[in-house]
Write a protein of this length. Structure first.
Length: 159
């Protein structure tokens, strides 16, 4: 698994005086993404998902992992659809970390997760360039793609 999640809400103690303490919520608990889908670049087949999200002070953090099954295929640059949970198109460029793992060769490939301005998908690529059916390796059952990204939008301040 690429990431871990906690189940609690994160709070920050903020006060101008000891007499008037104030706690400010900086994030909500992690929640499961009920119906993750690829917008393009991946045929899911019998692959398995593990995607969670939470709101963090005007942003939405999304962590995901997709493990290919025997009928899954990577065909082009993977684009994870966020439109079902974030019904806003991005007004700011958002970037995060990503990785691809070749289970057969036990090798990790670092990468990035990006949501461009006006976008509603997370584009995932490796540091070596764009992903396709044979880049950065020939994809097979057990290989996986994972990401951790913080998507910002002014309207998320109310979450």
């Amino acid at each position: 698994r690429c990431f871990t999640t906690d189940t609690g809400t994160e709070w920050l103690y903020s006060s101008y005086s000891v007499a008037s303490p104030r706690w400010v919520r900086i994030s909500t608990p992690w929640e499961g993404w009920d119906t993750p889908t690829w917008a393009s670049g991946v045929t899911p087949g019998d692959g398995t998902w593990d995607v969670v999200y939470r709101y963090e002070r005007g942003s939405m953090r999304i962590r995901g992992q997709f493990t290919l099954g025997s009928t899954s295929a990577v065909t082009d640059v993977p684009q994870f659809d966020i439109s079902s949970y974030l019904t806003l198109t991005a007004t700011h460029f958002s970037g995060g970390m990503a990785a691809a793992r070749d289970a057969t060769g036990t090798r990790w490939y670092n990468g990035s997760a990006i949501v461009g301005i006006g976008g509603d998908t997370i584009v995932i690529q490796t540091d070596g360039g764009l992903i396709d059916s044979t880049t950065p390796f020939t994809w097979a059952s057990g290989d996986f793609i994972c990401w951790d990204i913080l998507v910002t939008h002014p309207d998320l301040d109310d979450q």
